[in-house]
Design a protein around this ligand. Structure first.
Ligand SMILES: [Zn+2]
Length: 113
């Protein structure tokens, strides 16, 4: 049910924001979901249909873009993407890195009319 909470949070953030612009209907919501966020895109789509019912977002399309995992290595200074499952710096093989991107999820853009 984690995803339902996320979807409700997204709608709570998006709906008041777009209402400021005198829109009648949200057409689509583009989300960026980090590969390490633990958010399951198919669950988001499923819960969205439920959570958006009766709101101006009802029937809106959910577009999900996955964002890659990016790290910053403390040992060699490497900055860039790594593949999920390989938790080593691709340059020096160190495990001493910081994840700079990939854990978060957010609304990238909203299309409304
Ligand atoms: Zn490194």
């Amino acid at each position: 049910m984690h995803e339902l909470v996320i979807v409700e949070g997204i709608l709570d953030a998006v709906i008041p924001e777009v209402k400021k612009y005198d829109v009648e209907k949200i057409l689509s919501i583009r989300l960026k979901i980090g590969e390490l966020s633990g958010v399951v895109p198919s669950c988001i789509e499923e819960y969205f249909g439920v959570a958006a019912r009766g709101t101006i977002a009802e029937g809106a399309k959910i577009i999900i873009e996955k964002t890659p995992i990016e790290i910053e290595c403390r040992d060699c200074g490497f900055k860039g993407r790594i593949t999920k499952g390989t938790y080593r710096c691709p340059k020096c093989q160190s495990a001493g890195f910081r994840i700079v991107s990939g854990k978060e999820y957010y609304v990238d853009s909203v299309e409304a009319e």
